[in-house]
Design a protein around this ligand. Structure first.
Ligand SMILES: *Cc1c(COP(=O)(O)O)cnc(C)c1O
Length: 370
């Protein structure tokens, strides 16, 4: 059995070790100067005025929605092809989730379908920049302007991605995750980006028990804070992030060239003018291919090639959500996402792959579909 090429690989270096050690030795491990430094650096990455660090990516979605003061019956239009946190956050904020279909080519919210899903109760449109690829923010931004909606970008997988040169997280409220498998990680962590001064201030207060100044409470808040240990871990990763992304991009381009002519397989496509950050490299195994997805993954497993199925079905397609009164679904309008959920297969693309790893990945896939 050949050695496994994992789907994700996290390796911290000397910089991370000494940055974390320094915080440990200071004895001050709660939110402090490292968090402030991370917020400043992350705001710069996104080209926005403010970044507010929180304890995880789900919290960053929940807090963003809470800051919009949604009322019962208010609707959030989002993608059904996403991680469950997107949906859970909408429900936790007390809103109603409404799903609109995705584009087959980019796996992201289809602006035309999103427009059709908007009602008088819609307050927010929440695209997901899935796998590291921006949604069509030009069209989604126009829709939001037209209908007076807030834009919440679930950019948990898309740190530093750009739509027509403009960073994700700068089109509305940006929500990012630093979970263990994301392109930048603090184990658990998240961050919110915005250009809105008042919203940023509100989020900072909400994060810290609703406290504006010491023991001056102006809202019923929470403890959503990140620690300096986590921020110290993120800072060196952020400093070399451009290099991380260019390595991932090189791997993605190599794989796409190597797999372009495999029958029954569709390599990922990148929207013209956009910068994908390759959190995942995701192909589709079409109906009628020599093997179906389950068959392909069997071959990959035998060949020691790691893979992931993100996500096996539409996010609402479980009894707990089917029966939820605040989840609105019309399956007949969500056929593209349901189909691609059955076809999507992610292959390793991380920065620690060697050229022989890449060869093994491509040969295993070619063999499975030959
Ligand atoms: C990871 C992720 C989240 C949630 O982030 P956590 O840090 O795990 O809470 C939200 N949305 C998407 C699309 C994600 O991939």
């Amino acid at each position: 059995m050949p050695e496994l090429i994992p789907i994700t690989s996290v390796r911290f270096g000397r910089e991370e070790e000494s940055a974390v050690l320094e915080v440990l030795r200071s004895g001050m491990v709660a939110q402090g100067p490292r968090v402030a430094a991370l917020e400043e650096a992350f705001a710069e990455l996104c080209g926005v005025r403010h970044a507010i660090a929180v304890n995880n990516g789900t919290t960053s979605l929940v807090a963003s929605l809470q800051a919009l003061d949604l009322e019962e019956g208010d609707e959030v239009v989002t993608s059904p092809f996403t991680f469950v946190a997107t949906l859970n956050a909408i429900l936790e904020a007390g809103a109603t989730a409404v799903f609109a279909d995705v584009e087959e080519t980019t796996f992201t919210l289809d602006p035309t379908r999103a427009a059709e899903a908007v009602t008088d109760r819609t307050r927010v449109v929440a695209p997901v920049h899935l796998y590291g690829q921006p949604a069509d923010m030009t069209a989604i931004g126009a829709l939001a302007d037209q209908r007076g909606l807030a834009v919440l970008e679930d950019a948990a997988q898309a740190h530093g991605a750009r739509h027509r040169g403009r960073p994700v997280g700068s089109f509305g409220i940006g929500s990012f995750s630093f979970y263990a498998t994301k392109n930048i990680t603090t184990g658990e962590g998240g961050i919110i980006t915005t250009d809105d001064d008042a919203l940023a201030e509100k989020l900072r207060i909400m994060r810290n028990q609703g406290m504006r100044a010491r023991y001056e409470y102006v809202m019923a808040g929470h403890n959503y804070r990140m620690t300096d240990l986590q921020a110290a871990l993120a800072l060196p990763q952020l400093a070399r992030y451009e290099q991380t992304v260019s390595t991932r991009r090189r791997h993605a381009e190599w794989l796409s060239a190597a797999l372009a002519d495999v029958p029954g397989l569709v390599v990922p496509s990148v929207r013209v003018g956009d910068d994908h950050v390759w959190h995942q490299y995701t192909v589709r195994i079409e109906t009628g291919a020599h093997r179906d997805r389950a068959g392909v993954t069997e071959v990959l497993a035998e060949r020691g090639v790691g893979f992931g199925v993100y996500y096996p079905r539409n996010v609402y397609d479980y009894p707990v959500y089917r029966e939820h009164p605040r989840v609105h679904v019309d399956d007949s309008l969500l056929e593209v996402s349901a189909r691609v959920a059955g076809e999507a297969l992610s292959l390793p693309v991380h920065e620690h792959l060697t050229s022989s790893d890449l060869d093994r990945i491509a040969s295993a896939v070619r063999e499975a579909l030959a």
